[in-house]
Write a protein that binds this ligand. Sequence first.
Ligand code: C2O
Ligand code: CU
Length: 496
Amino acid sequence: MFNLFAPMLTRRALLASSATGATSLMVPFSPAVSAAATIRHISLRAAPGRMRLAPRPFGETAAWHYNGTVPGPEIRLRHGDRLRVAVENALAEATTIHWHGVRVPHAMDGVPHLTQKPIGAGERFVYEFDAIDAGTYWYHPHQRSFEQVGRGLYGPLIIEEPEPLRVDRDVTWMLGDWRLTKAGELREDFGNGHDIHHNGRVGNTVTINGRVPDGFAVRQGERIRLRLINAANARIFSLDFAGHEPIVIALDGQPVTPHAPDKGLVVLGPAMRVDLIIDMTGKGGSRASVTDRFYEGLEYKLVDIVYDATPLRERPPDWPLALPANPLPEPDLKTSSRHQVVFTGGMMGEMVAQDMGESMGPDAPGGMMTDTNSMMSGMMRMMNSGAAWFINGVAADEASHDMRPALTLAKDKTHVFAMTNATAWYHPIHLHGHSFRVISRNGQPTRHREWQDTVLISPREKVEIAFVADNPGDWMFHCHVLEHQAGGMMAVFRVA
Ligand code: C2O
Ligand code: CU
């Protein structure tokens, strides 16, 4: 009943509809897109169903999905296209869709009570925006995400470069993580207190594109662009491609100077993406394992790379690796405003109190909050009411729909967030509406000044990011461990 790709509107139909003042053709936030963009029409229907996640002898698992599959359909656009998505909510509860990492106009960002009214059960909503940056993105609900994403609502969104990089194959691996019972059903303990206060809902079954993978078939000499997307609620991956030398060419969709990952390990916190170029240098007929080494003592084989007996070519090709830059506004550090952001909470609370004193103490600049004592008593109050995580001493309460901004950022100016993780846990911190450069870690400049939309911050680490606040509106800023977000680890920034 719902076609994934409905026929494209003709240019004429488009002009006709804008002439009648159709409100869906709103003023685009689109520095680089010409008016003649192709409109791609897509329908997404969120609904419960059953799917094969775990291998036999398990049966199918009850999950939630878009258009009957987990992940939902891969949406592929050309840079400069305009996407129009008709969403139908066939769940028994409200939902929204957020286009993670895509710089969209505020009203299209999919955040309930902040950018739109949630899409009620049985209701519809149309999203529409321009593909202004090429790269690897994804979509997921932003309503009770810890459960809706955890039940399988997510899908890849790929925006192709005007001239795609030359490779033999362009492959997407959307990584999922499930907590299954012995009967192969999802454990129903979504959002439990232990997950909220510790490292989130880390599951026991990892999938690639919704299936526990057996093997990934390749040929000797083949060059693959591998787009990794971490759609897990909480699991962090650190992938070892044993015997292969992956080259990172993009992070969170944005091109980066091609480089080998640190220690050869490809690290992805929740919501992060890494584009790799991998030359298949193994011998015809051989096998190699991809191992996830993130959690010490819990390493496991993600998948086997299985070589066909016949090589494609003897030696890897020497095609170019660098991607063209996206039209991101370059931060100007000389004129920037600096804002201190401190993350606290989680288990091991005493260390936190001491740390807060250090990082928020007498010289805390930015003026967001400097009175440590009153902040601490406020935090105690919030903790007693169930909050677990705090941004500058404040835990957001999703249920209250209180979306007042924590801070207003002057529009078109450069802002630096000096972030301190004063907790004992990892946090992938995501900013909506913008990409930012990661400029330093623990005071050391980063080598690649990489653009990201989600930055993984280690326990006790300090990370500085810089960006031009050019997209007006109220934007979410939160931890993408979805249980941490549910436990208060989010805030709103206003760009005006
Ligand atoms: Cu991927 Cu605020 O989300
Ligand atoms: Cu977190």
